[in-house]
Ligand binder design. Structure first.
Ligand code: JFZ
Length: 571
């Protein structure tokens, strides 16, 4: 099966529902409760005797997903607790044989999804499990540091665990059932591969390919790149800082937890947050898999339903700007919002409504512009070419209407595939943001490993021989303050600081120290380091060169630069 063909429906979908549901919902403390409370298997399995979700309705869940604009559903068929949410011959610890409910919800979901044209997909925890004595537990967290995320309270002797037994006796027979008994499956969404060996994982992949060649497999099947998969699952709730060159998906919670949680600290996201997450991710070329955690009765919590209803209302008007689109053709996102595109249409997702927006570097001719929420509204725009610097500018006058409270989409029809001059030009905000992603990396150390990480920061910058530079156009003379934005640690995550930097810009040389009182730093908000003030007397092309005079790397993080910013002194 051609991987491109296999992924076509998934790329078109862009937006799916994740569902974490299991007997753990009875305790209202999320899907890790068995591990966190070290509940012995013999006690945990008693939960199944209480599980009777009489209010479950497959039709209702599928309608909620479809009305929200979601095109696929990934539901936990078996999570780390080892309870199977489907009829299985492998273990009686399952929803049909092991609970008073006795119904196979996956069979009901399969029929409802088929009726409504929604792809049914299964999450499956194939390595980490707390019930089976041979499931994996030790995990390598980083060089020299391991974590034990298996059941070490019932099964203390790690040496007696044999993952192959678990894979052969439990996992593979269950995958056969999941890929035989429920019709066409869109994805097997593997999770937490821990220490499964590549050859073991490849056998699992081959089994899926053999049973359903069109079924997608995500990257969490194995941590080793040699094993075949179809797309990258980012870290939980991870939104990258860079457009990815491969297919990827962000799994996102709609509140603080994946599984049903009644704790007071469980907070739901806002409508603007989830809508802009969807747009941010689509503008980077990814899929958004938004999770709900149904309660023990089988009901999706009201707060989640309310958010999904708002999302659906937005998608009804703006879905064209998401489905089947590609990430922004502009390397630099505009200050007013995000961009997606498909065919001959650029979709301008406007977060900050204003009188006029500009777009620089578009070489295409724009034929017409219209608002998705008001297609008949006449939109005035003009395209000019700057004589001095030769860059093109599209200016669009935004009408005096009530914009969408979350994101207003304007579609610009152009004369073909986007053709962009990626030169960095000062935009209407006056700020010139030079992202690491668009820097020229000068790797002049023979041990250089400097690169751009998924977060969009320069990473592995350990040697002062390496340096970075940008070229850009200043259109507005004036005084500007120069800042470095540097990625730092969050909570217990370590980072490095105390670096010395030198910036050459506008024939000036500025220096600064990248430091911070580490003990107080708990958020991952970037460090904003002032380097100095410069003046531009005229519009010009300029170049910024950033060198490190000193780099600390005690935590093997080095200088993690996110951007250099040239900010009008009066801002
Ligand atoms: C795993 C599960 O442990 C969790 O319960 C949930 O199902 C989530 C979707 O997946 O948790 C992870 C897995 C991977 C990362 C973080 C949490 N990661 O790669 O950062």
């Amino acid at each position: 099966m051609n991987p491109e063909k296999r992924k076509a429906w998934w790329r078109e979908s862009r937006f799916g529902m994740f569902i974490h549901w299991g007997i753990y919902s009875l305790l209202g403390k999320g899907e890790w409760v068995m591990y966190i409370d070290r509940i012995p298997v013999k006690d945990y399995e008693k939960l199944a005797e209480e599980f009777n979700p009489v209010r479950f309705s497959a039709d209702e869940w599928v309608k909620i997903a479809k009305d929200a604009g979601m095109k696929y559903i990934v539901i936990t068929s078996k999570h780390h607790d080892g309870f199977s949410m489907f009829k299985t011959e492998v273990s009686s610890f399952n929803i049909v044989d092991g609970t008073p409910y006795g119904r196979d919800i996956m069979a009901e979901l399969s029929k409802a999804c088929e009726r409504e044209g929604i792809k049914l997909c299964f999450y499956y925890s194939h390595v980490r499990e707390w019930r089976h004595p041979h499931a994996q537990s030790i995990e390598v967290l980083e060089p020299g540091l391991c974590g034990n995320f298996g059941n070490f309270w019932d099964y203390r002797d790690e040496r007696s665990k044999n993952l192959q037994i678990y894979l052969d006796e439990f996992v593979k027979p269950q995958l056969k059932e999941l890929l035989t008994n429920y019709g066409p499956i869109g994805i097997i969404w593997f999770d937490t591969p821990s220490l499964i060996r590549p050859e073991q994982a490849q056998e699992v992949v081959e089994l899926v390919r053999e049973l359903q060649p069109e079924c997608l497999i995500n990257s969490r099947v194995c941590d080793n790149e040699s094993v075949d998969y179809d797309y990258l699952s980012l870290g939980d709730c991870e939104i990258p800082g860079i457009p990815a060159s491969m297919d990827w998906e962000t799994p996102m919670t709609i509140c603080s937890w994946w599984g049903y949680n009644t704790q007071p600290d469980n907070k739901y996201r806002s409508p603007v947050e989830i809508i802009r997450q969807l747009v941010d991710i689509a503008s980077l070329g990814g899929n958004y898999l938004l999770n709900v955690g149904p309660d023990p009765a089988g009901v999706i919590p009201e707060e989640a339903q309310a958010l999904l209803k708002i999302m659906g209302e937005w998608m009804k008007i703006n879905g064209d700007a998401i489905y089947g689109t590609k990430g922004s053709p502009f390397e630099k996102q505009p200050s007013w919002g995000r961009i997606t595109w498909k065919d001959k249409y650029l979709y301008l997702h406007i977060y900050e409504w204003q009188k006029r927006i500009s777009l620089f570097g578009l070489k295409n001719t724009v034929k017409r512009c219209r608002l998705l929420l008001a297609p008949d509204c006449n939109i005035l725009f003009k395209q000019t070419n700057d004589e001095a610097f030769g860059f093109s500018r599209l200016e669009i006058d935004l009408p005096e209407i009530e914009p969408d409270p979350y994101c207003t989409v304007l579609v610009a029809e152009i004369d073909g595939t986007p053709d962009i001059d990626q030169t960095m030009i000062q935009d209407d905000s006056g700020i010139i943001r030079l992202p690491a992603l668009q820097a020229s990396l000068h790797r002049e150390s023979e041990d250089s490993s400097v690169k751009i990480s998924r977060s969009g920061a320069i990473s592995d910058w350990f040697y002062t021989e390496d340096w970075v530079s940008w070229e850009f156009i200043v259109t507005k003379p004036g005084d500007y303050d120069i800042y470095l934005f540097v990625k730092s640690g969050r909570g217990r995550q370590k980072w490095d600081y105390g670096h010395e930097a030198e910036i050459k810009i506008n024939n000036r040389k500025l220096t600064c120290t990248i430091d911070e009182d580490i003990k107080d730093r708990t958020s991952d908000i970037p460090l904003k380091i002032f380097a100095g003030r410069i003046s531009y007397d005229t519009a010009l092309r300029d170049k910024a060169e950033l060198r490190a005079l000193k780099i600390n790397r005690r935590n093997l993080k080095g200088l993690q630069l996110l951007s250099l910013e040239i900010i009008p002194a009066d801002k």
